[in-house]
Design a protein around this ligand. Structure first.
Ligand code: ZN
Length: 267
């Protein structure tokens, strides 16, 4: 059965991973701009990273029949210096015309600092100005709930941004309900052992339903599993979830949210 992995950092993964994902039914991925495992020494490093995301990764994915789309930003982990961040953000509009760019992301907070919030607000303004979809990273620390609320407040402060065009990722049991109640989409990021496992994702669907929610692997430079979406589908099947419900969280919902950008034309 086909699936979409709407959040995975393929620049950190091998070509073999693309092959295995294709064999497991992956037809499209979206790759948010994030930390590449090291701090870049100058804004020029991001220029090359954005070229990698928009020019080279789509070609590598295409070798296996996988469509590759991307999101652009300076991530919160490197975004604690507003001067540096603004230089990076000044590059972004030149890339927004590229055919595989879906929006601004993954923006958000890492340690919930004042500077991170300033840079987050600048990114929200950038998305508003260019009418872009937004993909949000929420902190993985004990401050997840607090950080998630600060982010949602900052987005809601821009009345022209429709929460239905914003996906809040890395939700967990204690944040998902508020994210959905406030009209945003929610992403569950699956990790092999820590954070949200495939089992916990199945629990969350059983508790909160399958509307406006997706699953993704966030495979990156650390310990992570680029096949966690198909593994979560197997877990849901084992528990008796219907084929339609499994398809909804792993294909239909990502396609509906992402399809708000006409460039995401995956059938
Ligand atoms: Zn990510």
């Amino acid at each position: 059965m086909r699936y979409i992995d709407p959040h995975i950092h393929m620049v950190s993964r091998t070509t073999d991973d693309y092959q295995r994902m294709a064999q497991a039914g992956c037809v499209a991925i979206t790759e948010p701009a994030f930390w590449a495992g090291f701090d870049r020494s100058s804004p020029k490093g991001f220029f090359d990273y954005f070229r990698q995301l928009t020019e080279y990764e789509p070609q590598r994915a295409a070798m296996f029949g996988i469509r590759h789309f991307t999101w652009l930003c300076i991530n919160p982990k490197e975004g604690d210096d507003p001067g540096f961040a603004r230089e990076v953000m000044s590059i972004i509009p030149d890339f927004l015309d590229k055919q595989t760019v879906l929006g601004i992301g993954e923006i958000g907070l890492n340690k919930n600092t004042k500077n991170e919030l300033i840079v987050l607000e600048d990114h929200i303004g950038l998305a508003e100005k260019h009418n872009q979809l937004i993909l949000v990273h929420t902190p993985h620390l004990e401050d997840k709930l607090k950080g998630t609320r600060i982010i949602m407040d900052a987005i809601e402060a821009n009345a022209s941004i429709d929460p239905g065009r914003v996906l809040i990722d890395h939700v967990e049991e204690h944040t998902v309900k508020e994210v959905l109640d406030r009209g945003f989409w929610a992403g569950m990021t699956l990790y092999p052992d820590t954070k949200c496992t495939p089992q916990r994702a199945a629990d969350i669907v059983e508790m909160y339903g399958n509307e406006r929610i997706w699953i993704n692997s966030a495979g990156d430079w650390g310990i992570s599993d680029p096949l966690s979406v198909p593994k979560a589908r197997i877990e849901m099947k084992r528990r008796g979830h219907s084929a339609a419900s499994i398809e909804k969280v792993s294909f239909e919902n990502p396609r509906t949210f992402l399809g708000q950008c006409p460039r995401f034309d995956v059938e």
